[in-house]
Design a binder for this molecule. Structure first.
Ligand SMILES: Cc1ncc(COP(=O)(O)O)c(C=O)c1O
Length: 439
């Protein structure tokens, strides 16, 4: 098929997420390899967002493809009550890789299902119902996960599952509760403690956080926040769930972002980088204080495709690639290149307001004036951002634009030279935003 045929048929018979069909213009993709993908006509793109921050090992890794093909010939699907070799091996491998004493796992097909089952486990084992979550978050598109989610994707999915109390993040959108990072942390935790008091600690099962906030700003927590939060929740007998669907598996320069704390959550959810999106798979990791409850009590959850062999085989091969190619180390080593390049474009382009990055997890915010007014408002668009997106495309760079910011999340296999090539394209593309700078 050529690009137009693909686009027309896809739009005629399929629905696109979070979109009006008449407003989407899907990018036609025919094949992919490494950090690149191509349209049917052969136009090449650098994948500067690892698709959905998930193809961490890059596209079409031959080792993972071979492992999946091999598994297909041996065993594809048996019901979730069986024992299989990939299930045995992946559980053992994740127990090795995840921090602290997290060593039992429930497999799902997606990040949302991982979070659904994390909340289920927390509620069952504590006997409490209420969940705290934060505004600047995305936890998935199922009914409960939409209510855990703070960002505007929740608005049109309300009212949804009850029992969720949303709180402010340590980094608020417009202003800050302190000058230094330690003040910000201290004030936010003091505010959180007051909320816990008003809500009643004996009613709160857990708090869920993205350890490093992803889509809502690539926001690493301020100094001391994770350790302080862990201690606060322990004080009130509230479980901590770290959603590492996006931040996990090397993206931040450590295998799991909670290692930056360092903290060990009671429950750790994962998906995306678990298979680098070669197959749909998520997982809920639990510490003994959670999983021991289910030794004598029923875990009231299940999925037809729980522990599907194809996903488990993809995950096992994918985790080997991380180790063999030291991809977590590569993400940590290239963080300084990301920062250098971000600083360079900030120095050069008046429309660049600020940037953040941890490992190969980064975002750049644009401004329309020197007072720092965001180029597009919260949940809004602006012509400058649309033009920037178009220019990225023309120059062969794929990434996501969100409101007044754009993402910088390449596959963890990227080399320094490739990374600098991608930033050179960003630099060139940013020229189109200059006419929108009001001074
Ligand atoms: C932090 C986080 N949690 C959960 C999800 C939901 O994952 P899925 O789309 O696989 O259901 C996402 C997806 O982007 C995510 O970024």
């Amino acid at each position: 098929m050529d690009s137009q045929e693909m686009i027309d048929l896809c739009k005629k018979h399929t629905l696109y997420s979070w979109s009006k069909t008449n407003a989407v213009s899907p990018l036609p993709v025919a094949r992919a390899e490494g950090i690149h993908f191509w349209t049917p006509e052969g136009k090449r793109y650098i994948d500067f967002n690892s698709q959905l921050m998930s193809v961490n090992v890059g596209h079409c890794n031959p080792k993972i493809n071979a492992a999946m093909k091999k598994q297909m010939d041996i065993l594809m699907f048996v019901h979730p009550g069986t024992a299989t070799e990939p299930r045995a091996k992946l559980g053992q491998k994740l127990a090795e890789l995840t921090p602290g004493d997290i060593d039992r796992f429930f497999f799902t097909l997606s990040g949302a299902e991982a979070n659904e089952n994390a909340i289920r486990a927390a509620r069952l084992c504590t006997g409490k119902q209420k969940i705290l979550s934060r505004y600047r978050s995305y936890h998935g598109a199922t009914n409960l996960c939409m209510q855990l989610t703070g960002d505007p994707r929740r608005w049109h999915n309300e009212p949804g599952a009850p029992g969720v109390v949303r709180v402010m993040d340590p980094w608020p959108y417009e202003f800050s509760f302190g000058k230094t990072e330690s003040e910000i942390t201290e004030n936010n935790l003091r505010y959180l403690e007051e909320i816990i008091m008003y809500e009643g600690p004996e009613t709160i099962a857990a708090m869920i956080i993205e350890t490093v906030t992803g889509t809502n700003g690539i926001l690493p927590p301020p100094a001391g926040y994770l350790v302080g939060l862990r201690a606060l929740l322990d004080k009130y007998g509230i479980l901590l769930i770290c959603d590492e669907v996006m931040a996990g598996f090397g993206r931040t320069g450590k295998m799991f972002a909670c290692e930056h704390g360092p903290i060990v959550p009671d429950i750790l959810t994962m998906a995306k980088g678990l298979t680098s999106s070669y197959a749909p798979l998520g997982a809920v990791g639990m510490r003994p204080n959670v999983y021991k409850f289910f030794e004598d009590h029923v875990f009231w959850g299940g999925l037809t495709y729980n522990s599907h062999c194809l996903g488990l085989a993809a995950a096992l091969a994918n985790l080997e690639v991380y180790e063999e190619e030291d991809l977590v180390g590569n993400a940590a080593r290239l963080e300084h290149v990301m920062r250098e390049e971000m600083q360079r474009i900030k120095d050069k382009h008046p429309t660049v307001k600020s940037f953040r990055c941890i490992g190969l997890f980064g975002m750049v915010d644009l401004q329309k004036d020197s007072k720092g007014t965001p180029m597009a408002p919260y949940n809004g668009t602006a012509e400058a951002m649309t033009k920037l997106g178009q220019r990225f495309g023309e120059l062969g760079l794929f990434t996501f634009i969100r409101w007044g910011s754009f993402m910088a999340n390449p596959p963890l296999i990227i080399t320094e030279a490739q990374l600098r090539e991608a930033w050179a394209i960003v630099d060139e593309a940013l020229d189109v935003t200059h006419p929108y700078f009001e001074g």
